[in-house]
Design a protein around this ligand. Structure first.
Ligand code: XMP
Length: 517
């Protein structure tokens, strides 16, 4: 929704791979934007939203395809600046009387591009010459400009890599300015937003926090709010936001299943003990351990933990009685993935295995549903959460239980917590903790022979896993310097009993997954 008195840019999604990325980039330019599917946008809705500018995303189709996504042509008559990207550029050309054809040679990847530096999209970028690399991914191209347009960039194979109609404030680029490989791409988007749409860039987390707090107060009134706090970034930021908004009307239930990382349960509790909320920590390790006794199959472990989690939460929630609102930490990428702004969709992984069925509440609230992960972090900082919580790496719901291969015992849990702690400490010391997406230790079920002092050992092998990733759907193993790995390995075998071998996992995802179970 457009916030009153603030700038707003509408991104119309034609099914492109990079729709989220475009939105992230626009927000990086400090302009608030939303992604809405072409299927659900109407001219009336656009009039109501009154955006400062509109961006068309790319899409997999050809404009001549049978089910080619399209839009009401009145959009070009509204006087609102439009920037078409890739498919969006072809659609604009096609709808306004230009011609789109299949390329003789498709362009894919980094492409030498020649720019008309007098065009407003590029003219303010002083460090850019009239040749630069753009990132292309297309099989159709604009072969004939619509009337009133001029070509403002071209490549060796593509006469219209960008086009402009200055009077009507309509612009289009065949390449992807949102992708990092396009040199100066972010600046081009910024030029469109600031120099064409006239935005100043008023999207800041400070503003957002104030508005969100006001909105939450209005909605919640004097109702009771319940939140399942995991200690992860999203639920922690949500707890902080709700605490500022409704204080002690909020109850956070933190189910500590005992499979948190070393000291983590206490850290979560410490982080919230001085906040104005009812904080309930349930130390349920014994219950979980009893359930998992003798279980070694990964899926069974996950299922048992999920079920037990619900039972513990339910018992605790019952003590509070009826609540009015159940708060969830859904964030924007999930909203976009689940169908562009479809408010009714709640992804199952967010309600921790079906919580809503078990708790008596009136309504779900999701105050972070318009924020990206990095924005959620910024909001956390704004609200005064510690760096430890704000920069916490993702941690699976079942915790260390799925990082201990096979059966879980108290002894193995301690070994893993100690080894994982050392690994994390060394990664942070090496200054790599914010550049590696996720890094952790895995206790394998493998034992091997070693020698310590004059004695033969027969102990566990510990695996270290560290990945770089943007979306956690694919991942590469992190190129950690050997010296750092050496320190980790040496400290772990010396300081943690029962480990005599450390290996580093050098598999990408796919074919492997990030977690081992
Ligand atoms: P995989 O192992 O599937 O993990 O490559 C991808 C990302 O998801 C996290 N993960 C989980 N998160 N509950 C969660 O909340 C789970 O059961 C779970 N399993 C995996 C994993 O840590 C990684 O970030």
């Amino acid at each position: 929704m457009r916030q009153k008195g603030h700038e707003y840019v509408l991104i119309i999604d034609f099914g492109g791979q990079y729709n989220q990325l475009i939105a992230r980039r626009v927000r990086e330019c400090s302009v608030y934007c939303e992604v809405i599917s072409y299927k659900s946008i109407t001219i009336e809705k656009i009039e109501e939203l009154a955006p400062e500018g509109i961006i068309f995303t790319g899409g997999p189709q050809s404009v001549y395809g049978d089910d080619a996504p399209t839009i009401d042509a009145k959009i070009f008559e509204m006087g609102i600046p439009v920037l078409g990207i890739c498919y969006g550029s072809q659609l604009m050309a096609h709808m306004l009387g230009g011609k789109v054809q299949t390329c003789q040679t498709s362009e894919y990847g980094k492409t030498q591009t020649y720019y008309d530096k007098s065009c407003v999209l590029f003219s303010g970028i002083t460090e850019m010459s009239d040749e630069a690399i753009s990132w292309m991914s297309h099989t159709d191209y604009i072969s004939q400009l619509p009337e009133g347009f001029s070509s403002v960039a071209h490549t060796d194979n593509c006469p219209v890599a960008a086009m402009a109609n200055y009077d009507r404030k309509l612009y289009a680029v065949q390449f992807h300015p949102e992708v990092n490989h396009t040199e100066h791409g972010l600046r081009m988007l910024d030029s469109f937003l600031k120099n064409v749409c006239g935005c100043k860039g008023d999207w800041t987390m400070g503003n957002y926090a104030q508005t969100a707090i006001k909105d939450i107060r209005e909605k919640v009134g004097d109702g009771k709010v319940l939140l399942a706090l995991s200690g992860g970034v999203d639920s922690s930021v949500l707890a902080a936001l709700l605490s500022k908004a409704v204080g002690s009307q909020l109850t956070c239930i933190f189910v500590d299943h005992g499979f948190m990382r070393k000291n983590e349960g206490d850290e979560v509790e410490d982080a919230f003990k001085d906040w104005d909320v009812n904080f309930v920590r349930v130390n349920a390790k014994d219950r979980f351990m009893a359930k998992l006794n003798g279980v070694s199959d990964p899926e069974t472990k996950r299922k048992l933990i999920g079920e037990e989690f619900i039972r513990v939460f339910e018992a605790e929630a019952k003590k509070i009685g009826k609540v009015d609102f159940l708060a969830q930490g859904t964030i924007y990428p999930d909203v976009i993935e689940s169908g562009s702004g479809d408010a009714a969709t709640i992804k199952s992984h967010h309600n921790v295995g079906g919580l809503p069925d078990y708790v008596d509440f009136k309504e779900i609230i999701e105050p972070l549903r318009m924020l990206f992960k990095d924005e959620t972090r910024k909001l956390g900082q704004e609200l005064g959460l510690s760096d430890t919580l704000v920069w916490r790496q993702p941690f699976p719901g079942p915790g260390l239980a799925i990082r201990i291969m096979g059966e879980i015992t108290d002894e193995k849990l301690t070994i893993l917590q100690d080894a994982d702690f050392i690994f994390r400490e060394e990664i942070a010391k090496a200054g790599l903790d914010r550049s590696i997406g996720q890094y952790f230790a895995v206790l394998t079920n493998n034992r091997s022979v070693g020698v310590m002092g004059d004695f033969r050992t027969y102990d566990y092998t510990l695996a270290l896993r560290a990945v770089t990733t943007t979306d956690f759907m694919t991942a590469d193993f992190a190129r950690i310097p050997y010296e750092v790995l050496e320190t980790c390995s040496s400290r772990i075998v010396n300081e943690v009993k029962n480990i005599n071998r450390v290996v580093y996992d050098v598999t990408t995802k796919p074919p492997a997954t990030i977690e081992w179970e």
